[in-house]
Design a protein around this ligand. Sequence first.
Ligand SMILES: [Zn+2]
Length: 372
Amino acid sequence: MPIKRPVVRIAALFVAVAYALTGLSVPTFAQGQPLTSPALQLCTPTPLSGRETTQPDPVLPDPGAAAVLKVVTTVAPITNVVFNIGGPRIAIRSLIPEGQDSHTFEPKPSDAAFLAEADLIFLNGLRLEEPSRKLAEANLKPGAEIIALGNLTLPESDWVFDFSFPKEGGDPNPHLWVNPLLTLEYAKIVRDTLTRRDPDGAAYYLATYTEFERRITVLDQAICNTIQTIPEKNRKLLTYHDSFAYFAPRYGMTVIGAIQPSDFSEPSAQDVARLIEQIKAEGVPAIFGSEVFPSPIIEQIGKEAGVKFIETLSDDDLPNQTGDRRLHSFLMMMVENVKTMTAALGGDPTLMNAVRADNIQGDDSAIVESGE
Ligand SMILES: [Zn+2]
């Protein structure tokens, strides 16, 4: 969609001029160079039939064998993708417990024991899980592999550095999976890796991937259509945790900033004052927090700026952890995120009901989560 790029540039220039005039510093968002990956190009709204959620359960081939490979994963969205592709043919252990801050997570020395037994270790990469990667590398058994899904998905030229992930710090924004098309790339790499390591499961991994791809395609289109219902001037995200950098370009939203500083501490009083001015200047109707990072600051900023503050966006934590585990899924996390932001920004969230968001593999409570 080459037409949209100049519009974004002009909008960015306007914001920069507005800040110069009001004497505020210009926050740094993306690097400014065009993002080239297809998944980061602007979507086109297209009506869905609306019957996707009532489709019958997928008919998958018999898995044939159980726990052929031992697999370790890190954050919950990656665990969920690996679970949906591998099903009972693989035994999964997740390293980073849900609800913990994945950016500062340190594995325990005792985690080395199961890392040493793993055939495959799936990480996000882009420097998200460096302590876990190092422990995995130090304990890798002969023939085992560490697969950094994010590094294999996006060329370095498309990595985003922004407010909470400044270029000087060297750590790019790692939240690729919040863009469903990038998550589909993760699923493709998982399918190919499992097939290579366990060729007898090839037909099974192809069938599960195909069903996942179908659901992601519907999810992507439903998000595109839903964001379109938000008044154009409101398609702006200011979040506590800076996790929507790869989501925004695909769906025509602008990340105007993030509250959390790059060292994951609380913002200073000066930062807070600047953010309040920014929110007023941009005219955003709502700002967003997340359950993993509860902060009284977002409430304070919301009140002082006179906007709604919504605390339930999620990038790591999957919904229904203690509820129906068929809906403890990456797909459901994204459905809920988009419903939440759309309702708060003045759009119609009901179009998201077209997405079938349960796990292809059903209840996922058999996954072993590493203890805290
Ligand atoms: Zn995060």
